[in-house]
Design a protein around this ligand. Structure first.
Ligand code: UTP
Length: 413
């Protein structure tokens, strides 16, 4: 251990991160060892680059941005709809379809203690978000006569609690063998001076590496391999927190298959220019999404001749990927974006601080950055009240209250 300690000390000195050993003596032997091992796995070059990027403003000057073409579900004729649905249903019936739920987020805005999927929406039934999702999959079982494979991405932080939650609820009556959990990666959290923070236990303060971490996590955990072994061709990838998400939609599958593209996404019309959603667009001719934190006011407010927002196709994290696309995308990491957040940490005196204002940077890859590696994708505009009721904030917009209302209206409760 002495030797390891000295090696770590030197490494930290070289990289200007000596503070990580400030509380070392207060740790028990297991934690001491764990901390040293954690430090030895840190990619300090990457950390430096990530910190430098926090200082760079995002600019779209060199990029050619254009609105993206989309199909409006409501404008399809009955014949068109039936044709696409038939294509999609055939794929699902042949067992070539899977669902992936990204449940590795920290849900900081909601502030629920535990995995976000275990949050009780406050319905009379007291269903959790996971149970609400499982309901829609059970409906598909009724329709297609088989359980669709369901992959659930968790994080280091919530993996065990998530599995225990499913166990406790007997997998909500879903076939256990059709559910697979896999963990996403994580990255250290930095303070505003680029120093890596310790967590409340005195170990490295890490956070899940964003929903864009899904592709490398699918490769690392052999999910892609598992999908191929099962003959899966298309996977729907969605979040855990949209209580109206349609995870099995033959229409979307049929549209993508018919257009011979490798991905598809659903959009809803952006309600107002400042709405905190990313919007689909084309960047240098490739499909893409601009995040709400990254779009300029001018662009957000641009309108078409008929008064619609020029960049108004909101990305609602309801996407479909062909296994070939997942395989390709998973070979490289997506870029990291930086979020300035309130992150509890242990200070140099060993005290745990719960900041009241944002104090630290966390780095996240965004799933939709994967779109830029595709030549094209299908976008289907759907109705917000039918497919988008997110649970993001504890109160106000996109809160349990608004999602509950939308859920009840949709299900006539
Ligand atoms: P959000 O970006 O809204 O994040 O995730 P969040 O974790 O739910 O909430 P905040 O921002 O901390 O308040 C959208 C979806 O992506 C998943 C979330 O679980 C949610 O289903 N996600 C997000 C991950 O699976 N991993 C991540 O690292 C981030």
């Amino acid at each position: 251990m002495d030797e390891k300690y000295l090696r770590v000390k030197e490494l930290l000195k070289e990289n200007g991160q000596e503070q990580l050993l400030n509380n070392f003596e207060k740790l028990d032997i297991n934690k001491k060892n764990k901390l040293l091992d954690e430090i030895l796995t840190i990619n300090f070059e990457q950390i430096k680059k990530l910190y430098m990027n926090t200082k760079k403003a995002v600019s779209f000057n060199e990029m050619k941005l254009e609105p993206i073409p989309y199909v409006e579900k409501d404008k399809l004729s009955l014949e068109e709809r039936a044709r696409y649905e038939k294509i999609g249903e055939d794929i699902i019936r042949k067992g070539q379809y899977a669902v992936v739920t990204m449940a590795g987020g920290q849900g900081t805005r909601l502030g629920h203690n535990g995995p976000k999927g275990s949050f009780d929406l406050g319905l009379e039934s007291h269903k959790s978000l996971f149970e609400i999702l499982s309901d829609t999959l059970k409906e598909s079982f009724e329709k297609y006569g088989d359980y669709i494979p369901w992959y659930i991405m968790t994080s280091e932080e919530n993996n065990q609690d998530t599995i225990e939650f499913f166990e406790k609820h007997n997998y909500f009556g879903y076939e256990k063998g059709k559910i697979k959990f896999f963990k996403q990666g994580e990255l250290p959290v930095l303070n505003e001076d680029g120093k890596i923070l310790l967590n409340k236990d005195g170990l490295i303060n890490k956070a899940a590496d964003g929903h864009g971490g899904i592709f490398v996590a699918m490769r690392r955990n052999a999910v892609i391999y598992d999908m191929r072994a099962r003959g899966i061709k298309w996977a729907f990838i969605g979040g855990v927190d949209n209580v109206l998400v349609k995870m099995v939609d033959p229409l979307l599958v049929g549209l993508a298959e018919d257009a011979k593209v490798l991905a598809a996404g659903k959009s809803v019309v952006k309600a107002y220019p400042e709405e905190r959603v990313g919007v689909f667009c084309k960047k240098n001719g490739k499909p893409s999404v601009i995040e709400y934190t990254e779009i300029s006011k001018e662009l957000a407010e641009q309108r078409t001749e008929d008064g619609e927002l020029q960049y108004g196709e909101s990305h609602i994290l309801c996407n479909l990927f062909n296994i070939e696309a997942i395989d390709e995308i998973s070979k490289d990491k997506l870029p990291y974006h930086c979020a300035h957040k309130k992150i509890p940490y242990m200070n140099n005196n060993g005290e745990v601080i719960n900041p009241e204002t944002p104090n630290a940077y966390k780095f996240e890859a965004f799933l939709f950055d994967a779109f830029e590696s595709l030549d094209d994708m299908v976008i289907m505009r759907v109705k917000r009240e039918e497919e988008f009721a997110p649970v993001k904030n504890a109160e106000g917009v996109d809160s349990p209250e608004t999602a509950r209302k939308l859920y009840k209206e949709y299900h006539n409760l």
